[in-house]
Design a protein around this ligand. Sequence first.
Ligand code: RIB
Length: 305
Amino acid sequence: MKTDRKIVVIGSSNTDMVIRCPRMPEPGETVLGGEFIMNHGGKGANQAVAAAKLGGNVSFIAKVGNDIFGRQTLEMLKEIGVDTTHVGVSHDFPSGVALINVDAQGENSISVASGANAALSENDIDNAAEAIAGADVIIAQLECPVDTIAYAAEMAKRHGVTVVLNPAPAPREHLPERLLRNVDIIIPNKTEAEAISGVAIRDMAGACDAITAITALGVSTTIITLGSKGALLCENGDCIEIPSVKVTPVDTTAAGDTFCGAFCVALTEGKGLADAVRFGNKAAAVSVTRCGAQQSTPFRYEVDE
Ligand code: RIB
């Protein structure tokens, strides 16, 4: 279902250098026997691409470097149908790069050189004010400066836009109140929910306690994504568990991003929260059966019944 309702994604773009290795190296260890792939990544760009491939009307606000990676990223985003009017090119910083190890179980570990992503500023948000004001949903993550994200959320809220935050990677400090008070829906994974709430999640009861703590911070709707265990959706104190679609994972990189992109598409199509989570689960399940970040996210025909 195509809709004119607009999704604005604010966030990072990286080029992912991925080695699929038999197991994760220990500190100081070299593990041989890997395979290398390079593909487009970055949590923001992954979410923008996932949403566009699923039929969303998507604009991306981001910053890349004036280099080959930045140019390739812009080309690919345009090809997939993402509006790149507000993807700036920095002449001071290189494009973001992520080094990713994926083990035989499909688990990953990621380190990121943020480059231009870290230079996304309030001024860039001002330049994209019209796009934000005209959006139905904005979604942001935490790979760009948190003050910039808070500024964008404030602007969106002033215009009655639904604000979704995927607090990834897990914040190392408390998220500013200025950000949280403008977030309508927060979508953390287990680690991120623990970091934000201060509650250790060992089971569903722990996840519910974490949600109670997050609700107390001022966010009315929380969705904790729990990988193969599905997701826990909680709106104003009412929690429901939504199971995942069972698959054998090959690479879990960008599963959360695919979920977020799909979730936003479903929202703009008028689906309720639980159905939007089911749609996100379905899209994420397809993505983990394939390698890479953006190259693993599904097209619409792959998730429609
Ligand atoms: O969420 C996965 C993404 O995290 C990767 O694509 C990598 O670029 C990092 O940003």
